[in-house]
Design a binder for this molecule. Structure first.
Ligand SMILES: [Mn+2]
Length: 390
């Protein structure tokens, strides 16, 4: 009779997201609004694909930055997919403490309504699980920097699909300057009996596999948490099938963020046509370019007229960040000997440029260029600004 169990085909399909950091702001951008839009998209993804669960691997919000209306938004939006489960493993920013919205007593004191019955939050310090028929979903909150994420061997039921949700740091693959919380290394993941581990904490997408099968994924931050988070932002649809104890996993990344940060490197050799092409191709990679706010971070040195670029791409919402862009090859100019009149001019101008910012810096940089033209006996024309912008 046991063959009944072994021949059973089990399937579970979920949307795995993490690190929304709702409440966290980016200067001059209404990030909270983009976070809410992304969550609405996540909810629609669950509905449209008939998914079995929404899984959130921590840092959904920031305890000390989230407003009352944002908490209400989260409670309502998760209630809107009842009875589909929403499984949450708290992280180090939605840290499970008294004044955390996951805490029901805190919600009561704040006179907020409680989480709907389909919202399941891991609150016990050790691994616990929620059961959905053939599927067990394990998790535990991220409560300290030191404690190991996978500290104990967990006795799972091999006849079921076993998933873990955890906010933790992969120590053998740690991004620069990322704080370590809840450490583990790949061997912990490969040793564990979980069929899939939904990770959170690191803000870039990465996978851990045993060479044949993917065992764990960081989907990355759902919406850029800073202007240094480039590339696609969203979540992963994970389909887990178990047939005769054989597991198969299929992943599909879904773009959820309508805020997108892109980095473009520019060199003096690139003309405007080349730069236009780079920007066009970045825009065309987005699956919803008309509704996306693009932040183009332009790095390097060259001849670039931002006003002209804005004009060319006026049908899109674009912010050009030129804080890491210089019109001049300053390093090369610094090599000019200060013994000549031109050298003294360059040195004085560079000092002024260094101590200025914004429009003043731009004017000084232009003045330096025109001065150099004058020294070289060239005709002084506004080479660095294209005319006829109208
Ligand atoms: Mn975190």
């Amino acid at each position: 009779m046991s063959s009944i169990f072994y021949n059973k085909n089990m399937k579970f399909k979920l949307l795995h997201i993490s690190d929304l950091h709702l409440g966290l702001k980016i200067k001059e951008i209404d990030r909270v609004n983009y976070c809410k839009k992304a969550l609405l998209k996540a909810i629609n993804t669950v509905k449209e694909n008939n998914l079995d669960a929404l899984v959130i691997a921590g840092d959904l919000f920031e305890n000390d930055k989230i407003y009352r209306e944002d908490i209400e938004f989260l409670i309502d939006i998760f209630d809107s997919i009842y009875p589909t489960p929403v499984i949450i493993s708290p992280g180090n920013h939605d840290f499970l403490e008294f004044s955390c919205p996951y805490n029901e007593s805190f919600l009561n004191i704040m006179k907020l309504k409680e989480w709907s019955q389909n919202v399941k939050i891991f609150k016990k310090p050790e691994f616990s699980y929620f059961s959905f028929g053939d599927i067990n979903i394990y998790g535990k909150p991220c409560l300290s920097r030191e404690s190991q994420a996978f500290d104990k061997y967990i006795n799972i039921n091999p006849l079921k699909i076993n998933i873990a949700v955890i906010h933790a740091s992969r120590t053998n693959f740690c991004p620069h300057e990322k704080e370590i919380w809840h450490p583990f290394d790949d061997s912990d993941v490969l040793k564990s009996n979980f069929d899939y581990i939904a990770l959170g904490h690191y803000h870039s997408y990465s996978e851990i596999s045993d060479g044949l099968k993917i065992k764990a994924v960081y989907p990355g931050s759902m919406v850029p948490a800073s202007l240094y988070e480039y590339d696609k932002r969203g979540g992963v649809i994970v389909e887990i099938k178990k047939e005769n104890k054989n597991i198969s996993i299929e992943l599909e990344f879904v773009e959820l963020s309508e805020l997108s940060v892109k980095r473009i490197e520019i060199s003096p050799a690139q003309d405007i046509e080349k730069i236009k092409k780079i920007i066009s191709s970045e825009i065309s990679e987005s699956n919803n370019p008309k509704n996306t706010l693009f932040v183009f971070k332009i790095k390097g040195t060259g001849n670039l007229n931002i006003l002209h670029l804005k004009e060319l791409f006026s049908e899109y919402k674009i912010i050009f960040d030129i804080s890491e862009f210089t019109k001049l090859d300053i390093e090369k100019l610094k090599e000019t000997s200060p013994d000549t009149t031109m050298g003294r001019f360059i040195n004085e101008m560079l000092k002024l440029i260094e101590n200025s910012y914004g429009p003043e810096k731009e004017i000084l940089e232009d003045a330096l260029i025109y001065g150099l033209d004058a020294f070289a006996g060239r005709q002084i024309v506004p080479r660095y600004y294209e005319e006829n912008l109208s």
